[in-house]
Unconditional design. Structure first.
Length: 310
Protein backbone atom coordinates (compact mmCIF):
# COMPACT_ATOMS: atom_id res chain seq x y z
CA UNK A 1 0.00 0.00 0.00
CA UNK A 2 1.33 3.46 -0.82
CA UNK A 3 1.41 5.82 2.14
CA UNK A 4 1.27 9.46 1.07
CA UNK A 5 3.37 11.71 3.31
CA UNK A 6 5.44 14.84 2.95
CA UNK A 7 8.49 14.11 0.83
CA UNK A 8 10.98 15.28 3.48
CA UNK A 9 9.45 13.60 6.54
CA UNK A 10 12.41 11.83 8.22
CA UNK A 11 10.48 8.56 8.53
CA UNK A 12 10.21 8.33 4.72
CA UNK A 13 13.81 7.20 4.17
CA UNK A 14 13.61 4.48 6.83
CA UNK A 15 10.32 3.17 5.49
CA UNK A 16 11.78 2.96 2.00
CA UNK A 17 14.79 1.11 3.40
CA UNK A 18 12.33 -1.46 4.78
CA UNK A 19 10.82 -1.82 1.29
CA UNK A 20 7.57 -0.13 2.33
CA UNK A 21 5.94 1.75 -0.54
CA UNK A 22 5.88 5.43 0.39
CA UNK A 23 4.54 8.01 -2.04
CA UNK A 24 5.25 11.71 -1.80
CA UNK A 25 2.81 14.45 -2.75
CA UNK A 26 4.14 14.94 -6.27
CA UNK A 27 3.53 11.36 -7.34
CA UNK A 28 0.22 11.03 -5.52
CA UNK A 29 -1.46 13.90 -7.34
CA UNK A 30 -0.84 12.13 -10.67
CA UNK A 31 -3.03 9.17 -9.63
CA UNK A 32 -6.78 9.26 -10.21
CA UNK A 33 -7.55 7.69 -6.81
CA UNK A 34 -9.34 9.06 -3.80
CA UNK A 35 -6.96 8.21 -0.93
CA UNK A 36 -8.16 7.53 2.59
CA UNK A 37 -7.60 10.59 4.73
CA UNK A 38 -6.14 9.51 8.08
CA UNK A 39 -5.28 11.98 10.84
CA UNK A 40 -2.90 11.00 13.64
CA UNK A 41 -3.01 12.87 16.94
CA UNK A 42 0.49 12.08 18.16
CA UNK A 43 0.74 12.62 21.93
CA UNK A 44 3.91 10.57 22.43
CA UNK A 45 7.02 12.49 23.54
CA UNK A 46 9.45 11.32 20.83
CA UNK A 47 7.20 11.97 17.89
CA UNK A 48 9.52 10.75 15.12
CA UNK A 49 9.59 7.24 16.62
CA UNK A 50 5.80 7.05 16.80
CA UNK A 51 5.44 8.43 13.27
CA UNK A 52 7.61 5.62 11.94
CA UNK A 53 5.85 2.95 14.00
CA UNK A 54 2.36 3.99 12.93
CA UNK A 55 3.24 4.49 9.29
CA UNK A 56 4.75 1.01 9.25
CA UNK A 57 1.56 -0.39 10.76
CA UNK A 58 -0.63 1.32 8.15
CA UNK A 59 1.40 0.00 5.23
CA UNK A 60 -0.18 -3.40 4.66
CA UNK A 61 -3.29 -2.88 2.54
CA UNK A 62 -3.68 -2.00 -1.18
CA UNK A 63 -5.38 1.26 -0.20
CA UNK A 64 -3.71 4.62 -0.73
CA UNK A 65 -3.54 6.63 2.49
CA UNK A 66 -2.93 10.32 2.98
CA UNK A 67 -1.60 10.88 6.52
CA UNK A 68 -1.90 14.16 8.43
CA UNK A 69 -0.19 14.62 11.80
CA UNK A 70 -1.96 16.67 14.47
CA UNK A 71 -0.45 18.34 17.53
CA UNK A 72 -1.92 19.85 20.67
CA UNK A 73 -1.26 23.58 20.42
CA UNK A 74 -1.83 23.91 24.18
CA UNK A 75 1.21 21.71 24.89
CA UNK A 76 4.89 22.33 24.14
CA UNK A 77 6.79 19.13 23.36
CA UNK A 78 10.09 18.77 25.25
CA UNK A 79 11.42 15.79 23.32
CA UNK A 80 10.76 16.76 19.70
CA UNK A 81 12.20 19.83 18.04
CA UNK A 82 9.93 22.80 17.44
CA UNK A 83 11.11 22.90 13.82
CA UNK A 84 9.96 19.31 13.22
CA UNK A 85 6.54 19.99 14.71
CA UNK A 86 6.12 23.25 12.83
CA UNK A 87 7.03 21.61 9.54
CA UNK A 88 5.11 18.34 9.75
CA UNK A 89 2.22 18.94 12.18
CA UNK A 90 -0.99 20.89 12.02
CA UNK A 91 -3.08 22.39 14.79
CA UNK A 92 -6.74 21.72 15.44
CA UNK A 93 -7.62 25.23 14.29
CA UNK A 94 -6.10 24.38 10.90
CA UNK A 95 -8.03 21.13 10.37
CA UNK A 96 -11.27 21.57 12.32
CA UNK A 97 -13.36 22.18 9.20
CA UNK A 98 -12.09 19.02 7.48
CA UNK A 99 -13.52 15.51 7.50
CA UNK A 100 -11.36 12.38 7.78
CA UNK A 101 -11.89 8.72 7.05
CA UNK A 102 -9.97 7.58 10.11
CA UNK A 103 -8.14 8.90 13.15
CA UNK A 104 -5.53 7.52 15.52
CA UNK A 105 -5.09 8.98 19.01
CA UNK A 106 -1.84 7.73 20.54
CA UNK A 107 -0.83 7.09 24.10
CA UNK A 108 0.95 9.63 26.29
CA UNK A 109 3.17 9.38 29.39
CA UNK A 110 0.67 11.13 31.68
CA UNK A 111 -1.17 8.16 33.18
CA UNK A 112 -0.55 9.02 36.82
CA UNK A 113 -2.27 12.39 36.39
CA UNK A 114 -6.01 12.74 36.62
CA UNK A 115 -7.38 13.38 33.15
CA UNK A 116 -8.39 16.93 34.04
CA UNK A 117 -4.85 17.65 35.28
CA UNK A 118 -3.29 17.04 31.87
CA UNK A 119 -2.41 20.44 30.47
CA UNK A 120 -3.97 19.78 27.07
CA UNK A 121 -7.09 17.95 28.34
CA UNK A 122 -9.53 20.67 27.30
CA UNK A 123 -8.11 20.72 23.78
CA UNK A 124 -8.11 16.92 23.62
CA UNK A 125 -11.77 16.63 24.55
CA UNK A 126 -12.55 19.26 21.93
CA UNK A 127 -10.86 17.01 19.35
CA UNK A 128 -12.65 13.89 20.60
CA UNK A 129 -16.03 15.65 20.45
CA UNK A 130 -15.20 16.95 16.96
CA UNK A 131 -14.33 13.41 15.84
CA UNK A 132 -17.93 12.27 16.37
CA UNK A 133 -19.04 14.19 13.28
CA UNK A 134 -15.81 14.56 11.33
CA UNK A 135 -14.21 11.09 11.49
CA UNK A 136 -15.62 7.75 10.34
CA UNK A 137 -13.69 5.60 12.85
CA UNK A 138 -11.11 6.39 15.52
CA UNK A 139 -8.54 4.06 17.11
CA UNK A 140 -7.41 5.09 20.58
CA UNK A 141 -4.11 3.59 21.85
CA UNK A 142 -3.04 2.97 25.48
CA UNK A 143 -3.53 6.23 27.45
CA UNK A 144 -5.45 7.55 24.45
CA UNK A 145 -7.81 4.58 24.92
CA UNK A 146 -8.23 5.35 28.62
CA UNK A 147 -8.90 9.01 27.80
CA UNK A 148 -11.40 8.11 25.10
CA UNK A 149 -13.24 5.64 27.32
CA UNK A 150 -13.42 8.25 30.06
CA UNK A 151 -14.62 11.08 27.84
CA UNK A 152 -17.07 9.18 25.63
CA UNK A 153 -18.41 6.68 28.20
CA UNK A 154 -17.37 7.82 31.69
CA UNK A 155 -15.13 4.76 32.24
CA UNK A 156 -12.71 5.48 35.08
CA UNK A 157 -9.06 4.45 35.18
CA UNK A 158 -7.35 2.62 38.04
CA UNK A 159 -3.75 2.76 39.24
CA UNK A 160 -2.00 -0.61 38.97
CA UNK A 161 0.14 -1.94 41.85
CA UNK A 162 3.20 -1.57 39.61
CA UNK A 163 4.00 -0.78 36.01
CA UNK A 164 2.69 -3.28 33.48
CA UNK A 165 5.57 -3.75 31.06
CA UNK A 166 6.22 -6.55 28.63
CA UNK A 167 4.67 -8.68 25.91
CA UNK A 168 1.62 -10.63 27.04
CA UNK A 169 -0.59 -13.42 25.75
CA UNK A 170 -4.11 -12.45 24.71
CA UNK A 171 -7.06 -14.54 23.60
CA UNK A 172 -9.58 -13.51 20.95
CA UNK A 173 -13.17 -12.89 22.02
CA UNK A 174 -16.11 -12.28 19.64
CA UNK A 175 -14.22 -13.81 16.71
CA UNK A 176 -16.97 -12.87 14.24
CA UNK A 177 -16.04 -9.20 14.52
CA UNK A 178 -13.99 -8.16 11.45
CA UNK A 179 -11.41 -6.29 13.55
CA UNK A 180 -9.96 -9.59 14.81
CA UNK A 181 -10.39 -11.48 11.54
CA UNK A 182 -7.31 -13.60 10.87
CA UNK A 183 -6.05 -13.40 14.48
CA UNK A 184 -4.75 -16.57 16.09
CA UNK A 185 -6.69 -17.83 19.10
CA UNK A 186 -3.82 -16.63 21.27
CA UNK A 187 -1.55 -13.77 20.22
CA UNK A 188 1.09 -11.51 21.78
CA UNK A 189 0.95 -7.76 22.30
CA UNK A 190 3.13 -5.22 24.17
CA UNK A 191 1.98 -3.13 27.12
CA UNK A 192 3.70 -0.30 28.96
CA UNK A 193 1.50 1.50 31.49
CA UNK A 194 0.80 2.27 35.14
CA UNK A 195 -2.99 2.37 34.91
CA UNK A 196 -5.91 0.53 33.37
CA UNK A 197 -9.48 1.35 32.46
CA UNK A 198 -11.99 -0.14 34.87
CA UNK A 199 -12.58 -3.72 33.77
CA UNK A 200 -15.94 -4.01 35.50
CA UNK A 201 -17.28 -0.79 34.03
CA UNK A 202 -16.33 -1.98 30.55
CA UNK A 203 -17.95 -5.38 31.05
CA UNK A 204 -21.10 -3.76 32.46
CA UNK A 205 -21.59 -1.40 29.50
CA UNK A 206 -23.87 -2.92 26.81
CA UNK A 207 -22.45 -0.57 24.16
CA UNK A 208 -19.10 -2.37 24.23
CA UNK A 209 -17.78 -5.57 22.74
CA UNK A 210 -14.55 -6.91 24.20
CA UNK A 211 -12.59 -8.43 21.30
CA UNK A 212 -9.40 -9.49 23.11
CA UNK A 213 -8.52 -10.16 26.73
CA UNK A 214 -5.52 -11.29 28.78
CA UNK A 215 -5.27 -12.96 32.18
CA UNK A 216 -2.12 -10.92 32.93
CA UNK A 217 -2.63 -7.64 31.07
CA UNK A 218 -6.40 -7.32 31.21
CA UNK A 219 -8.81 -6.23 28.49
CA UNK A 220 -6.94 -5.38 25.30
CA UNK A 221 -9.39 -4.40 22.53
CA UNK A 222 -12.82 -2.84 23.03
CA UNK A 223 -15.24 -1.99 20.23
CA UNK A 224 -17.51 0.98 20.89
CA UNK A 225 -20.67 1.79 18.90
CA UNK A 226 -19.97 -0.90 16.32
CA UNK A 227 -16.56 0.45 15.41
CA UNK A 228 -17.03 4.21 15.42
CA UNK A 229 -14.63 4.12 18.34
CA UNK A 230 -12.00 1.43 18.95
CA UNK A 231 -9.93 1.24 22.12
CA UNK A 232 -6.63 -0.66 22.20
CA UNK A 233 -5.14 -0.79 25.68
CA UNK A 234 -1.58 -1.72 24.70
CA UNK A 235 0.97 -0.61 22.14
CA UNK A 236 0.69 -2.75 18.98
CA UNK A 237 2.72 -0.13 17.10
CA UNK A 238 5.85 -0.60 19.24
CA UNK A 239 9.11 -1.56 17.52
CA UNK A 240 11.33 -4.39 18.64
CA UNK A 241 13.45 -2.11 20.83
CA UNK A 242 10.85 0.29 22.25
CA UNK A 243 10.35 -1.57 25.54
CA UNK A 244 14.12 -2.02 25.80
CA UNK A 245 14.65 1.73 25.45
CA UNK A 246 11.97 2.46 28.04
CA UNK A 247 13.40 -0.08 30.49
CA UNK A 248 16.95 1.26 30.23
CA UNK A 249 15.70 4.86 30.39
CA UNK A 250 13.94 4.07 33.67
CA UNK A 251 17.11 2.45 35.02
CA UNK A 252 19.05 5.60 34.16
CA UNK A 253 16.45 7.60 36.09
CA UNK A 254 16.95 5.39 39.15
CA UNK A 255 13.41 4.00 39.02
CA UNK A 256 14.57 0.36 39.31
CA UNK A 257 11.88 -1.08 37.01
CA UNK A 258 10.99 -4.74 36.72
CA UNK A 259 12.27 -6.54 33.63
CA UNK A 260 9.70 -6.44 30.80
CA UNK A 261 7.80 -9.73 30.77
CA UNK A 262 8.23 -12.25 27.90
CA UNK A 263 10.57 -9.88 26.09
CA UNK A 264 14.28 -10.63 26.41
CA UNK A 265 15.52 -14.15 25.55
CA UNK A 266 16.19 -15.93 28.86
CA UNK A 267 15.35 -12.61 30.58
CA UNK A 268 18.78 -11.30 29.62
CA UNK A 269 18.49 -7.57 28.95
CA UNK A 270 21.78 -7.63 27.03
CA UNK A 271 20.28 -9.86 24.34
CA UNK A 272 18.24 -8.75 21.35
CA UNK A 273 14.52 -8.78 22.23
CA UNK A 274 12.20 -11.11 20.34
CA UNK A 275 9.68 -9.46 18.00
CA UNK A 276 6.57 -11.56 18.60
CA UNK A 277 3.66 -9.17 17.91
CA UNK A 278 4.28 -7.63 14.47
CA UNK A 279 1.92 -9.89 12.48
CA UNK A 280 -0.96 -9.26 14.92
CA UNK A 281 -0.33 -5.51 14.83
CA UNK A 282 -0.31 -5.44 11.04
CA UNK A 283 -3.54 -7.44 10.98
CA UNK A 284 -5.17 -5.04 13.44
CA UNK A 285 -4.47 -1.94 11.36
CA UNK A 286 -5.32 -3.67 8.07
CA UNK A 287 -8.68 -4.86 9.39
CA UNK A 288 -9.44 -1.42 10.80
CA UNK A 289 -8.67 0.34 7.54
CA UNK A 290 -10.60 -2.17 5.46
CA UNK A 291 -13.71 -2.97 7.51
CA UNK A 292 -14.21 0.10 9.69
CA UNK A 293 -12.92 2.84 7.42
CA UNK A 294 -12.79 2.00 3.70
CA UNK A 295 -16.04 0.03 3.55
CA UNK A 296 -17.95 2.57 5.67
CA UNK A 297 -16.65 6.03 4.81
CA UNK A 298 -18.43 8.17 2.20
CA UNK A 299 -16.59 8.64 -1.08
CA UNK A 300 -17.18 12.36 -0.78
CA UNK A 301 -15.91 13.41 2.64
CA UNK A 302 -18.03 16.55 2.47
CA UNK A 303 -21.21 14.46 2.67
CA UNK A 304 -22.99 14.34 5.99
CA UNK A 305 -21.64 11.69 8.35
CA UNK A 306 -25.13 11.27 9.76
CA UNK A 307 -25.89 9.09 6.75
CA UNK A 308 -22.95 6.76 7.36
CA UNK A 309 -23.51 5.17 10.74
CA UNK A 310 -21.58 1.98 11.45
Amino acid sequence: MPIKIQSDLPAKAELEEENIFVMDENRAISQNIRPLEIIVLNLMPIKQDTELQLLRGLSNTPLQIDVTFLQMSSHVSKNTSASHIKKFYQTFEEIKNNNYDGMIITGAPVEKLEFEEVNYWDELITVMEWSKKHVTSTIHICWGAQAGLYYHYGIKKELLPKKLSGVYKHRVMNRKEPLVRGFDDVFMAPHSRYTQASRQQILDNPRFKVLADSDEAGIYIVLGDGGKEIFVMGHPEYDRLTLDQEYKRDIDKGIEPDLPVNYYPDDDCNRKPLLSWRSHANNLYTNWLNYYVYQITPYDLNESYDNYCI
